[in-house]
Design a protein around this ligand. Structure first.
Ligand code: PMP
Length: 400
């Protein structure tokens, strides 16, 4: 009965790793994957995470019962505080609901499903380009996906005028997906002044902001600085949604820990919204897993562990920033044609190199360097040892 099933293509992002794994070359380099690597090219489990896990294991009173549908209560409270700041009006006024979801992806999906059921406008505007999964998540949630201009290939920076024009002409009430910081894949973020103009436009047009926060603390090294955009919107009295992921900033990728928050106008509305979120979650996966959320809650509620986390987080962010400088300097030293200053201007895990799909294919074939075909490279996958190889490959690709 399944003979008619046609083979689906590999996921454009995860498929890069599949191809990388098949390559026998010792020189191969995977810059496709969005996961942190140490200078030695190894995955990293934070010390503070190991400590928290030890505490959890040693606590014999802990059991493996089901969590509530909305997840671990401490985790939810602490996650809202982390993204908005403890003194944020929605938290003070108890008009926010936060539910634990399956990392950033699950939080976006639950938020999308809720909006498709309970919000009057079904259109969501996503930046062009954006993380490849956004379109699929929101389409399958039942929303209609449109895009707004975001990236300008000519400047390798923000197309701010295009962004404003497109949001201005969006229908009143439309949902707008905004990357809280470290826009993926471009590494291009609005300045604080630009965020303020976006906020004013969003509020004056009655648009509904939906923040995707997958990199808090991971972009600049500061948890507060990376949350500045979201905090501005949350503090102005209007509604917004926020999807948080602990994949990158705590290195909890496979634990699937995240949260969806919905900021409402009143505490009563927030509690009704939460009751409906439960109806979205229950038939989807019943309730979320306990282990990863317990790790996060343990770290967030203990002063010493929290401080230790911020130090480890900053070290990851700093290593990525240092890779940007090393790659930039290396291309300059080699005299590779072109202006590569965007490598040090962009922020977060990725550099949008500007290399086209033929150049990418050439680098993969001749240099065994793997990345998505849009020319996005993960700076976290690079090390001082591999910068020269990447420089050679980029130089050869652009001078071919
Ligand atoms: N949003 C963005 C912009 C991302 O880059 C990612 C991770 N690549 C996610 C959401 C979701 O990741 P996860 O589900 O692993 O938290």
């Amino acid at each position: 009965v399944f003979a008619h099933v046609v083979r689906a293509p590999e996921d454009p992002i995860l498929g890069v790793t599949v191809a990388y794994n098949k390559d026998p070359s010792p020189a191969k380099l995977n810059l496709g994957v969005g996961a942190y690597r140490t200078e030695e090219g190894k995955p990293l489990v934070l010390n503070v995470v190991r400590k928290a896990e030890q505490l959890l294991v040693n606590d014999r009173s802990r059991v493996k019962e089901y969590l509530p549908i909305v997840g671990l209560a401490d985790f939810n409270k602490l996650s809202a505080k982390l993204i908005l700041g403890a003194d944020s009006p929605p938290i003070q006024e108890n008009r926010i609901t936060t539910v634990q979801c399956l990392s950033g992806t699950g939080s976006l999906r639950v938020g999308g499903e809720f909006l498709a059921k309970h919000y009057h406008e079904r259109t969501i505007y996503i930046p062009q380009p954006t993380w490849g999964n956004h379109t699929k998540i929101f389409t399958l949630a039942g929303l209609s996906v449109k895009s707004y201009r975001y990236y300008d290939p000519a400047t390798r920076g923000l197309n701010f005028q295009g962004l404003l024009e497109d949001l201005r002409s969006a229908p009143a009430g439309a949902i707008v997906l905004l990357h809280a910081c470290a826009h993926n894949p471009t590494g291009v973020d609005p300045t604080l002044e630009q965020w303020e103009q976006i906020r004013q436009l969003v509020r004056s047009r009655g648009l509904l902001p939906f923040f995707d926060s997958a990199y808090q603390g991971f972009a600049s090294g500061s948890l507060d600085a990376d949350a500045a955009s979201v905090r501005r919107f949350a503090a102005d009295g209007g509604e917004c949604l926020i999807a948080q992921s602990y994949a990158k900033n705590m290195g909890l990728y496979g634990e699937r820990v995240g949260a969806l928050s919905i900021v409402c106008k009143t505490a009563d509305v927030a509690s009704k919204v939460e009751s409906q979120l439960k109806l979205v979650i229950r038939p989807m996966y019943s309730n979320p897993p306990i282990h990863g959320a317990s790790i996060v809650a343990t770290i967030l509620k203990d002063r010493d562990l929290f401080d230790e986390w911020t130090i480890e987080l900053k070290a990851m962010a700093d290593r990525i920033i240092s890779m940007r400088h090393q790659l930039f300097e290396s291309l300059r030293a080699k005299g590779t044609p072109g202006d590569w200053s965007h490598i040090i201007k962009q922020i977060g895990m990725f550099t949008f190199t500007g290399l086209n799909s033929e150049q990418v294919a050439f680098m993969t074939k001749e240099y065994h360097i793997y990345m998505t075909s849009d020319g996005r490279i993960s700076m976290a996958g690079l090390s001082s040892r591999t910068v020269p190889h990447l420089t050679e490959a980029i130089h050869a690709a652009v001078t071919r």
